[in-house]
Structure formats: structure tokens, C-alpha cells
Design a protein around this ligand. Sequence first.
Ligand SMILES: *Cc1c(COP(=O)(O)O)cnc(C)c1O
Length: 370
Amino acid sequence: MVKPHKQALEVINVTKAYLPPREKLNQYIDRIYKSGWITNNGELVHELEKRLAKHLGVDHLVLVTNGTLALQIAYKTLNLTGEVITTPFSFVATTSSLMWEHLTPVFADIDPATFNIDPKNILKAITTQTSAVLPVHVFGNGCDIEAINEICTKYNIKIIYDAAQAFGVKYKDSSIINKGDASILSFHATKIFHTIEGGAIVFREKKHYENAKLLINFGISGYEKVDILGINAKMNEFQAAIGLCILDDIDDIIAERKKIWERYFQSFENSENLTLQKLNADCSNNYTYFPLVFKSEADLLGIKDALNSKDINPRRYFYPSLNRLRYIDNPVSCENSESIASRILCLPIFPGLDSDIQQRIINTVIETNQ
Ligand SMILES: *Cc1c(COP(=O)(O)O)cnc(C)c1O
């Protein structure tokens, strides 16, 4: 069962990392001390990999040390080159990981209702240099998977979904991370399921899974045998111990978030001065974020100030729009993404958020946004 740790009296942030019960964690730590094996594909990493694959209903899941490396390993495994079409509305790692691997991000603007990449704009961005599309299921809201699939099949380009925020989301009754050539997850402390830092890649094909297993361990295939150029992206046993504990509680964590999410939804669904994310009707929700889009950036700043003055810290996810990052060469404009990025605010949502405090958040937004 979820036993939310005690609410901090002073400051309410957009999220709060869930910490598992100490007694349960201790049992795993005891195992680590007993074996003396603390990293390098140890038994807890193995156990977590198996349990996650089962929980998520996927076949080829590789655990890694964070979600950003999950993206980079996916690009390497699938041999991406040249240009990758991606969304300007995401966390910075979606773009920065491409550039770190010397791939060129080509931005295709979003649908302003769903906040996800618009397939029409993917089509317009394809060139002879395009090797892949990197869409994001923004706030866990599933992309237009069928349209993206159709385009990528026609032009023979790969699809990697940044599903960092879509843990546990189902698309038409099957796991959304089964779509595309690969999907990546982040298990950072701010995500619903976490291992403090961590992540995973799910591949459609077994050969890619096997290749990634080598890549994350320096390309070492056995004693005194280095097969390919690799890197170090291994998850360690302590990370896996946290994950194994939290996986036991994940259904309760989501149920708690759902209650908070629904209360926000009922409070804001008919508001005149703000809009909510349009959700994909074919997808389930993991209730990780509650974004509000205001009419102007000035409205947003007023509400943010009003909440901040009560020690409540919502976050501007995502700002700035990634096409405006200062290290992007030849920036293009992405009208929808820039407009949403300037007006969107995510409200606090996490297990243990006190209902009086939630009501205070709701009242402050409504009163300030008249
Ligand atoms: C969190 C996140 C990442 C990065 O994951 P880390 O585990 O923090 O490296 C990448 N993309 C998106 C959309 C994210 O939300």
C-alpha cells in the first residue's frame, strides 16, 4: 500500500518523489550486502527487467542508467544518421540528446490541442537526409500513432518514441511502448515510476535488444572480448532495489494521482479563461501531469506569482519551445509550440498532496484568472 511520506509544511512543488517503505527497501539492501554484487547486470537489475517487461507487456526491455542515455543508445542501435524529425514541445533532453549524437533535429510543429507532434508537419519536414522520427507522448498523452506509422512506413524511416512520461499508458489495450522501432522510458525521480535516476529502452526487434545490451556495457561480450564500440549506461543494484519496491506500489500511486487529477479536471473543465489538454481517446491516462493553458503569458505569470506567494510552485512545462534553444543552428519558427510553451503551467500533483492544499491551488487559479 502507498504510505505517502508526510507533506512538507512549507513548500509545495509540482511533484514530489515517491519513496518506498524503508522496511521493504532494507530487504533488498540486505540482499545486495550479502552478495556483495552492486552493479554490472546484477540479480536485482535482472529481476527488475523481468518484472517491468511483464508489468508493461513488452518483450525486449533494456534497463539503463537514465532516460537521456536510453535515447542515445536507441539512436546508436538503430543507426540513425543525418536528420531526425522531432517535436519542439518537450523536455530539453529530446533535442539535446540528438545533438549530442551529432544528429540534426528538424522540428515539426505540434497540434495545439494535444500538444503532440502533428503528423501533417512530419510529412512536410521529410528530406532525403531524414533517418527517423522522434515523437514524444507529451504528458503521457499518446501521439497519433497510426498516422505516424503510415508516413514512416511509406518513406522507410524509423520511429523512436520518447515515452519518458508515458509509463504504463495503454494504446487500444496494449502497451503504448510497443509502438515504433523503439520507445524509451525515464525513471527519473520526478516520473511516476522511478529508480532515482534510470530509464529503459524497449525494442520491437530482438536483434536490437541484443545489440543495445552490448552497447550499454562498453561493447564487451565476454571475458577479454570487446566486440563493438560501446559506452557505459548500466543501471546499478541500488537503483534496481528502489524500482522493485516502487513497482509493488505503482497501482496505488496511479490511483492516488487519479483522484487528484479528477478533482482538478472537474474544477477547470468548464473554465472560460483556460484550456486543458485534449486527450487521445484510444489511450489510458497515467495522471502524471495536470497542465493548464492560459489565454496569455501575462495571465500565466500572474497565476504563477499568486501561487508562488503561497509557497506553491507549479512549473512551466515546457518552456522554452525547443526550436528556440540557443544552440540550434538556423532556428525555424514553430508557431503552435511557441504559443503553448508561453502559456502553459503544470499544477502540483503527487500522492500525498493534501486536499485542503489542492483546494487552495484551485481557488487561487480561479480567483486570479477571472
Ligand atoms: C524526463 C524526460 C527525459 C529525460 O530522462 P532522464 O531520465 O531525466 O534523463 C527525456 N524526455 C522526456 C520527454 C522527459 O520527460
